[in-house]
Design a binder for this molecule. Structure first.
Ligand SMILES: Cc1ncc(COP(=O)(O)O)c(C=O)c1O
Length: 437
């Protein structure tokens, strides 16, 4: 058993000063917090000198792994040069970054910089409402778009009497006191990957819908892929009804490849959000999209503001990260893929050996498994009700105790810091943990 005395002491002290962790979404209550000192590659080190293999990497933000010297050196060059921008004070690096994003991301004709994914989603909602002059947007079960009231939680109403607003119940995993429940009536919440439901809703309410927003690969609820033809049909429907289509690529942008999920899957939305990995873990997000929608910011018919928007440190970090990802014809992605395959095929072998049914779904740089006898899950309801969550959480706890960090609901992120040796060590630990659960 690892010693965590200093972390325990610090967590007591922290509770006197701070109301718990920085982000209190579900899944962390199982574990005592660890207080970290530094990271290197895929490893994190804590104040008690424990070494952890980290497959959370800032919920995907740390795409490069920790301590990537090449990128850090470029970022450091800006730390001595901290200054801020506004309408009249601009930085030439902004253009270099915009050119890179426009080059890689299919929907990107113009870009706007912000700081977090939550903010980027809100700007998308405002741009789409303004562009269409319609009140509602559509979002989907299992998709996460930030912590603000109009996108947080609510469950799909199975038999809506009128417009299909979400139902707000206490057993919803994102239930939160203090939410403005009327914000839930800005959107219809639908099951994802079900084209018939979407067609029916649009046939009735299509003229009232400004925006359809989704994760094109549903990383937040099982790395579920779109059904064949689903995204293409959604694209057609958006064109038919004059609805803005946004792929929320806060996770998938630059993680699944330089062109994001839209490039990988070959369907181009009107707008996209990019965040997390784009600046290698430095706070930064982007709304990218069609000029005719984005230019509402230019004529100020839509307001989009933020003290730190486009801050030189973040812009520099994004340029340095993308340059690194572009190098040697995308060698980074090939490396991560190789390491990921070694890990996922090892996990499948272990499950087989233990005669444990396992659903494992992966996209480049991120995967998920659950203990359920199923080949593929197309949305959260395909796996959540019948998975063995007790076993899954027991395994996650055993891995934590042995120094392997994975996310709630067994989501794993790979980074450029993970090596084949890390994977082999991880598999050894998983094998032993599976014997106990
Ligand atoms: C798909 C998606 N959109 C938006 C967000 C919100 O981003 P942030 O936490 O940076 O506000 C997240 C965060 O996990 C996300 O996964």
């Amino acid at each position: 058993m690892r010693k965590m005395n200093t972390s325990f002491k610090l967590s007591k002290k922290a509770l006197e000063l701070m109301p718990g962790p920085h982000s209190n979404l579900p899944g962390y209550e199982l574990f005592k917090p660890i207080f970290l000192t530094h990271g290197k590659g895929a490893h994190l080190y804590d104040v008690d000198n424990n070494d952890y293999l980290d497959y959370i990497v800032g919920v995907g933000a740390g795409i490069l792994g920790y301590g990537n010297q090449e990128v850090l050196d470029e970022v450091k060059s800006q730390i001595d040069n901290l200054y801020y921008l506004d309408a009249t004070r601009r930085n030439p690096l902004e253009i270099e970054l915009a050119e890179k994003i426009v080059k890689h991301v299919p929907c990107a004709e113009k870009v706007r910089y912000l700081l977090s994914g939550t903010e980027a989603v809100q700007l998308v909602i405002r741009l789409a409402r303004a562009y269409t002059n319609r009140p509602y947007f559509i979002r989907f079960d299992g998709h996460y778009h930030g912590w603000l009231d109009n996108v947080l939680g609510g469950v799909v109403d199975p038999a809506p009497a009128g417009r299909p607003f979400a139902l707000y119940k206490d057993n919803d995993m994102f239930a939160s006191k203090g939410r403005d429940l009327s914000a839930g009536e800005q959107s219809f919440k639908l099951p994802w990957n079900d084209i018939e439901v979407l067609e029916k809703v649009l046939a009735r309410y299509g003229e009232e819908v400004s925006l359809i927003i989704m994760e094109a690969i549903n990383c937040n609820a099982g790395s579920c892929p779109p059904r064949p033809g689903y995204l293409e049909r959604v694209r057609e429907l958006c064109d038919e009804y004059g609805i803005v289509l946004c792929f929320d690529e806060i996770i998938t942008g630059f993680r699944v490849g330089l062109s994001g999920a839209q490039g990988l899957l070959g369907v181009t939305p009107d707008l996209a959000t990019l965040g997390k990995g784009i600046a290698g873990g430095i706070p930064f997000s982007v709304v990218a999209g069609k000029a005719k929608i984005m230019d509402q910011l230019l004529d100020r018919s839509v307001v989009g503001a933020g003290t730190f928007n486009g801050y030189p440190l973040g812009v520099t970090a994004a340029i340095a990260t993308i340059k690194y990802l572009e190098k040697d014809d995308g060698a980074f992605y090939k490396r991560v893929e190789k390491v990921q395959k070694r890990l996922t095929s090892g996990l499948r072998d272990i499950a087989k050996k233990h005669r444990t049914p396992m659903l494992l779904q992966e996209a480049p740089g991120v995967f998920f498994y659950q203990f359920i006898d199923k080949e593929i899950a197309y949305n959260v309801q395909d796996w959540y009700p019948d998975s063995d969550h007790v076993k899954q959480e027991r395994l996650r706890k055993l891995l934590f105790d042995a120094g392997v960090l994975i996310m709630f609901r067994a989501r794993w992120y790979l980074s450029g810091g993970h090596t084949e040796q890390d994977v082999d060590k991880t598999l050894e630990i998983v094998e032993k943990a599976m014997d106990k659960c």
